[in-house]
Design a protein around this ligand. Structure first.
Ligand code: M6R
Length: 609
């Protein structure tokens, strides 16, 4: 999830490129770079770290020229470094490219190009695009771009620039945002509107498969075969702040809505083409080694800890390996029983949480092998762990974690399937079935996000209650924990989650008339028992909001309201049931006038003990 800018016009390009990147820094901030054409040459400057390092670097000697592109990076392939920062070039330096997304087949293309004599300088997937362009170029820049696009697989927004064609920038979009801003004698390109909003409000928002040929005085939109497309100008009426949030009122809501893409990106390249298994080649351990652990420890904090609870369920159920889960701040002082036969998995969106990092170091000291699940390439936890699996959620800005949780669940599910294959604990047909259901999850999350009106209504109706309870059994209980944390942290309502079977051991005393109880009832093996617990709270006149799978008619007989999510395997349903709970927390916070993105007393990344 990187930020992209481009400029063509009569004015110096670099002030706009830097200003635009500043507006996009929330999309990625591990490195940045710009390329500007002047007098037959393209000068490129890049720098690892925040954009300010790049600005410092070029301050003394600004780049001259009226044609340029820029990029702020959120690393995927290749750690944050000057070399891996964009823009990237071909061997001759004639072609320059910036990219947001993932080129899935870059390894095979890279091999092919190396065989032809191309020399690569970075570890990125993007560089392959520049070399491919050089390889197919035959005097016609536009044709060469079509040819490149026909060879690459994956997701992208790309901007191409060539010193042989200094009158044009070409950009292309697939699954990642790209917008062209229309100026007077100048035009702009950006991955997101905030970068251009100070320059123009007249835009073309590119659709998937669309290409823009951007010149100083004209913009032509075409499809991937070069056929012109009639496109309406979209006039942006957001203010700068709303633009940064993609038109959503808050980052939390934006990130909730980004989940289908985040989840899809996290699965990308990790499923065998025939759907028969999971590919985790990025793990530098042999199957034999991964299969040799007799115990797994999952250690994390907050939402990541809740994801770990689901992870335990997946690994135990699918791969039949014993898993313990612990909060990092407890684990490190527990004198934990881990040794060289233990795999310790640490989970952290930021990769910087101090307790999790300390638990990781302690595990290594005790001789355990460590695996990090994190969202930030090059973070402290990613660097410290023996092995890393990344969630590809893109930067999470809101303090309340949402897309990090769902992408962590995806990784745990895939890891459990991977371990199950090694341990031979699942029938191939069951693996295929689960993978085909897994692939449907992004679309099912989108479906869950389509009708938020009932959730808004509940939030308005119950948003002023003092206490809310969440109940569920099995995986539903794990999701209940996450739902209650979300509500507490953004709306300040006292919310508690209980394993439904535990109610009668104390908590039932708190259930009185009108208390809202969110009851998750999706796990078939404990469904009847869950219904009994719901009847228990109903008998004390609680207001029950049930969460069930589509097709469940039974729950509405006992609950006051039911929210349905699409049907899937009960192992995957946490990815869907958590979504209405996130939305409920969000809208309850709005009802109560809370500062959703910056809840009181909380920080996004807890780097102190
Ligand atoms: O960056 P991490 O995943 O390590 O952060 C862990 C917790 O601080 C985090 O999940 C926190 O609980 C969230 N604010 C919850 O929404």
């Amino acid at each position: 999830m990187c930020g992209i800018v481009g400029y063509i016009g009569e004015k110096p390009a670099s002030p706009f490129l830097i200003e635009g990147l500043t507006k996009l820094e929330y999309r990625g901030y591990d490195s940045a770079g710009i390329a500007v054409y002047n007098d037959g040459n393209i000068r490129i400057e890049k720098s690892v770290g925040r954009l300010s390092s790049l600005v410092e670097k070029i301050d003394g000697e600004p780049l001259k020229g009226c044609l340029g592109i820029g990029h702020t990076r959120w690393a995927t392939h290749g750690r944050p470094s000057d070399l891996n920062a964009h823009p990237h070039t071909d061997c001759s330096g004639d072609f320059v490219v910036v990219h947001n997304g993932i080129i899935e087949n870059y390894l095979s293309l890279k091999e092919e190009l190396i065989e032809k004599g191309h020399q690569f300088h970075s570890e990125t997937d993007t560089e392959v695009v520049a070399h491919l362009l050089e390889d197919v170029y035959d005097g016609d820049f536009e044709e060469a771009v079509y040819s490149v696009l026909s060879r690459i697989e994956g997701s992208y927004s790309l901007v191409f620039m060539s010193k042989k064609h200094p009158d044009v920038l070409i950009c292309a979009k697939k699954e990642n945002p790209l917008v062209v801003g229309l100026g007077d004698g100048e035009n702009f390109i950006a991955s997101d509107i905030p970068a251009i909003i100070n320059k123009t409000r007249r835009t073309f928002i590119l659709g998937d498969g669309e290409i823009a040929i951007v010149k100083r005085d004209s913009v032509a939109i075409k499809n991937r075969r070069g056929v012109p497309i009639e496109k309406k100008v979209f006039t942006v009426n957001w203010n700068a702040e709303a633009a940064e949030k993609g038109g959503y009122e808050h980052f939390m809501l934006k990130e909730i809505h980004e989940q289908p893409k985040a989840v899809k990106d996290t699965m990308r390249e990790r499923i065998k083409k025939d759907g028969s298994g999971v590919l985790l080649g990025e793990l530098g351990w042999t199957s034999k080694f991964l299969g040799s652990f007799n115990k797994v420890y999952i250690v994390a904090c907050g939402t990541a800890y809740h994801a770990g609870l689901v992870g335990k369920f997946y690994i135990e159920k699918l791969a039949r390996i014993l898993v313990e889960v612990d909060v990092a701040s407890e684990f490190r002082y527990r004198n934990p029983i881990v040794d060289k036969n233990t795999l310790v998995i640490v989970v952290s969106q930021s990769g910087e949480t101090s307790d999790t990092l300390a638990a990781l170091k302690e595990s290594k000291r005790l001789g355990a092998k460590t695996l990090a699940l994190t969202n930030v390439v090059g973070s402290s936890i990613a660097r410290e762990a023996d092995q890393v699996l990344y969630t590809w959620a893109g930067p999470e800005i809101a303090v309340a974690s949402t897309k990090a949780y769902t992408t962590q669940l995806i990784l745990f599910f895939m890891l459990a399937l991977y371990m199950a294959e090694i341990k031979n604990t699942l029938q191939p047909a069951r693996v295929k079935e689960l993978i085909s259901l897994l692939k449907k999850v992004p679309a099912q999350i989108s479906e869950t996000l389509t009708d938020v009106e009932p959730i808004k209504t509940f939030a308005k109706r119950y948003g002023f209650n003092e206490d809310v309870f969440y109940i569920g059994r099995s995986l539903d209980y794990d999701v209940a924990l996450e739902g209650s944390l979300k509500l507490k942290e953004v709306s300040y309502i006292h919310a508690e989650a209980y394993a439904s079977g535990e109610l009668k051991h104390g908590t039932l005393a708190l259930i009185v008339e009108g208390v809202p109880v969110i009851a998750l009832a999706t796990q078939k093996s404990v469904y009847e028992k869950t219904l009994s617990n719901i009847k228990e709270v109903k008998a004390r006149d609680a207001v029950v909001i049930g969460i069930a799978a589509e097709g469940d008619e039974e729950l509405s007989k006992y609950a006051d309201h039911v929210i349905h999510v699409p049907e899937t395997d009960e192992l995957l349903i946490p990815l869907l049931t958590v979504v209405p709970l996130q939305l409920l927390a969000y809208y309850a916070a709005i009802t109560r006038g809370c500062d959703v993105d910056k809840p009181r007393n909380l920080a996004k990344s807890v780097t102190v003990e």
